[in-house]
Ligand binder design. Sequence first.
Ligand SMILES: [Zn+2]
Length: 141
Amino acid sequence: MSDSDTETLEDKEPECLHESHDHDWLPMLSKKESLTLAPHPYCDKCGLVRNVGPDRPRKVGFYMEVLSRIEKHLKKEHDKGGKYKLTETHKRLMVKKIQDEEVFFDLYGVMSSTQEEKFIDIIKDVRPDIEENVIEYYLDY
Ligand SMILES: [Zn+2]
């Protein structure tokens, strides 16, 4: 993978740029005394609800970092005579799959747990022999 691939990933824009006008929903808070549902800001264009919770999404660069840590891990395991290392083809395939997933680029309404599940799916899809707890370890690293 060349440096330019990574730059393209960072630059990719989501389909909807999401514009919400916070003044449209904030007054609801002051008018009503009790609300069963906390008001959430949402996009005026596509209606997607913005994630304002603690489970914040991460930029795609974070997942690229995790991927290269997993790559290093596999190389070490390989040198010890264990796992196969990550080939360029495998890595390129994973990067391609990540690039095709909107959850890594359209961060407006997404949660990090959703991204992590998707990330694990992608890694295991290409390399089913990589244990989920290894991927999780590097996600929490
Ligand atoms: Zn939108």
